[in-house]
Design a protein around this ligand. Structure first.
Ligand code: ZN
Length: 338
């Protein structure tokens, strides 16, 4: 029994129609894309990856800090962007990247300007904007206050999210598969530690989200002053997840205690420990345009090497027995740079 028959002519018609459809898709699909790119009123970066290795970050940062008070101050973001542009964005190739960082520093010290050095590097501006969006708030001037005496300093002014003297372990788990709710990629770094470990605000910012989320459990999100970075701290402790009194809209300074490591999450019901291993999920979202805040356009970067960079910059804390909370133990006055 024949269920379905086609004549030779019908086959030709069908085939021709399919080819026309394909050509039209290619032509108009491309045209549409090109038109939307050109017509976009606000050009902004749609996607970045952050693959700079620890040794490259440390090398560039050292050049920057060591040269700060000299006649030729070097900017670590310029050094990294130069190296990235020279090496076609392959930051994982740290041997060559570090060679280009040295090369750039030497040429700048010899009197060249960064404009001269990058005039022919087409990708330089893209990388500069990329690295500035991630690292722009990391180095700067600040006042360290000890025994009521303020000393002016220049260096790293962001802190590790894990308080000093609390152990943790981690590996580069960015992009790993996760299956709770729906299949998705892991968009952060899990710092495995003990329940109750004080969680520290990495950078200054405003609390944009604070409360329960079925994935992150008790979680807090901090948006930087320039609105470009959103720090996400999740799976905080059951019953007492946040520093007492902390609420949406509050300003937090880098180094402030904001919450406590725990194992909440993976539950629609609030205040449930459904995470197997106590850990802090730490994520960093980069936002060039508000349309990238939610939905499919989000950009989360691999923070593993940033955590490594911040490992030595950890806030010591003291226990406030009365409030059952911890406080930062080092006072720092931030100096506005913009
Ligand atoms: Zn995680």
């Amino acid at each position: 029994m024949k269920i379905f028959t086609v004549t030779k002519n019908e086959l030709i018609y069908f085939g021709t129609a399919a080819i026309i459809f394909m050509i039209a898709t290619i032509l108009f699909g491309n045209y549409g894309l090109r038109a939307s790119r050109v017509n976009a009123e606000n050009e902004y970066i749609k996607w970045i990856e952050f693959n700079a290795r620890l040794s490259s970050l440390q090398k560039a940062m050292k050049f920057d800090i060591d040269s700060y008070a000299t006649e030729t101050p070097l900017c670590w973001i310029e050094l990294l962007s130069y190296a990235a542009a020279k090496n076609w964005g392959n930051m994982k190739d740290e041997k060559n990247i570090n060679k280009y960082i040295d090369e750039c520093a030497k040429k700048l010290n010899d009197g060249a300007t960064i404009e001269e050095l990058t005039a022919d590097l087409k990708l330089y501006n893209y990388f500069y904007e990329t690295y500035y969006s991630v690292l722009g708030g990391f180095l700067g001037e600040y006042e360290l206050v000890e025994n009521n005496i303020a000393t002016r300093k220049y260096g790293l002014k962001v802190f590790s999210p894990i308080a000093k003297n609390y152990g943790y372990s981690h590996y580069d788990d960015f992009g790993n598969s996760r299956s709770y709710g729906y299949r998705r990629r892991h968009l952060g770094n899990d710092l495995i530690g003990s329940v109750g470990t004080p969680v520290i605000a990495v950078e200054d910012g405003y609390i944009e989200a604070l409360g329960w989320n079925q994935y992150g459990g008790w979680r807090v999100g901090v948006r930087t002053h320039d609105a470009k970075r959103y720090y996400y701290y999740a799976h905080l402790r059951k019953d007492h997840p946040f520093r007492t009194g902390l609420k949406e809209g509050d300003f937090v300074q880098s180094g402030d205690v904001i919450g406590y490591l725990g194992m909440t999450g993976y539950s629609i019901k609030e205040n449930v420990n459904n995470i197997q291993t106590p850990h802090l999920h730490f994520g960093l979202q980069i936002i060039f345009d508000e349309v990238q805040k939610d939905g499919i356009n989000q950009i989360w970067i691999d923070v593993y090497n940033i955590i490594k960079l911040l490992e030595k910059n950890r806030m010591s804390v003291v226990r406030d027995a009365e409030a059952k909370d911890f406080d930062r133990n080092i006072k720092i006055n931030n100096i506005a740079t913009d």
